[in-house]
Design a protein around this ligand. Sequence first.
Ligand code: ATP
Ligand code: MG
Length: 565
Amino acid sequence: MTDSDAPDRKAANNFLRNLIAEQIASGEHQGEVVTRFPPEPNGYLHIGHAKSIWLNFGLAETFGGRCHLRFDDTNPGAENPEYVQAIQDDVQWLGYEWAGHVRYASDYFDELYGYAEHLIEAGLAYVDDQSAEQASASRGTLTEPGVNSPFRDRDVAENLDLFRRMRAGEFADGACVLRAKIDMAAGNMNLRDPVLYRIRRAAHHQTGDAWCIYPSYDFAHGQSDAIEGVTHSICTLEFEDHRPLYDWLIERLPVPSRPRQYEFSRLNINYTVTSKRRLKLLVDEGFVDGWDDPRMPTLCGIRRRGYTPTSIRRFCEMVGVSRADGVVDMAMVEHALRDDLNENAPRAMCVIDPLKLVITNLPDDHVEMLTAAGHPQREGFADRQLPFTREVWIEREDFREEANKKYKRLVLGKKVRLRNGYVLTADDVIKDTDGRITEVHCSYDPDTLGSDPADGVKPKGVIHWVSVSHGRRATVRLYDRLFAHETPGRGDTDFRDQINPDSLTVYEDCWIEPGAADAEPEAMFQFERVGYFVADRHDHTPDAPVFNRSVALRDTWARIEAAGA
Ligand code: ATP
Ligand code: MG
């Protein structure tokens, strides 16, 4: 699926795909590829995770292997079943199926406990009674070695006894930990006797109260990989320094297979944040309306905004996979969406800021059905029926009493074409007592459906419109970037101070053609001349249509940035 998604593009670098192809050619891993996507269920997935999902599932697919979904659930305090469900929904929405059942690191708590005893028996782990402060003070620094714990030389029998009593709940939370006995002087801090187990009395969403000790990420992750037969344990670059520990454990434990860890650089995108912790703050502090607010970079948020799974997968393919850190331009994500919707979204007309146009040479009860193409280039889109009546709405900004030649819309005394309809001339304007235009009176030329006026004066522009009597009233939400700043939260600034105050504008009095109002939630459209829109997943009904702008027709930010530069 991933390769064929981008037939029109040269594939960007994907060093992992190349590497695995070479490994398979040379017979490594017996040609088998098993990957996993290992989220911690402590929040909703964001677009950064989409890259990891696309990469792990995509590699398995490319090489005929399999990819597991495994929750890294070793931290019961922050995790919850709502997140467990949401993450599964998001992976499926992106179009991927995990092999077999949903897996959890907690499925392996018994095995992991056994591996811990194995290390103790081999003299490679000990119970440390130091307080967290003492342990941290004796860890040393990047330039200075750490100091051995006074409990480091406990014998095997004592360590086994203490560890079993840890498990049995004899000690208070934080009273002691199990540590690997590696090297307190190691240049790599991760090898300075890392913690393998800690005591934590917290109900776990999968195992309930069965355990009061929990393995650390480092102890759980590699061993879970090995238990599942994962061949390629792919993670982001911040885990590179954990790889020696990953290997140290795998080499010393009686695990059933030998996985290897590979790192790639995280996806960072400007004008947004990709950190569950920060996204949770936006939700908890009411900056947005929940995890699936269409401004959020969460997968459920961009889904509600109108992003398609195809556009996200294409975007990942365009960005490629490397070990170089960088920031991807938000315009690239938007471009991927525009590309997909331009090809696949049916067209419709919607007036956001209505101005009434009265066609004076039509009778009051005139209703003429005009036929318009569902898509200007492609077959397979149903034709639309557009009721043409004496009164129609047009965009207020599409009319001026006077204008220069650059203004290719309706001007008093001049002609314009109604999109998919006739040419008309603006004859008169009606204003209220404040001087605001309330109506434009026009006359239409009945011979101009699909052809130019006989008098040879061609209209300069085409504007969209909706029948006043047959159009349907709709709410339209125009979304913009959530952050006005390119790198929210950089340096001393608080990312919450950099929220774009204009990220949402709601228009309650919009008018759409009848067929679009009847669309299902999540149906996507190009509203001609206006942008790409989606019927809101939760709020849209045919009686009260609600559309979200997914992306503008063109990249207005590029122009804003060019103007500022
Ligand atoms: P966050 O900091 O947002 O909580 P995380 O890395 O802690 O992210 P996990 O649930 O541990 O989140 O992530 C699951 C997988 O997704 C990991 O393998 C992680 O490396 C990967 N991942 C997370 N963020 C990104 C990103 N921005 N780009 C690529 N992969 C990512
Ligand atoms: Mg995390």
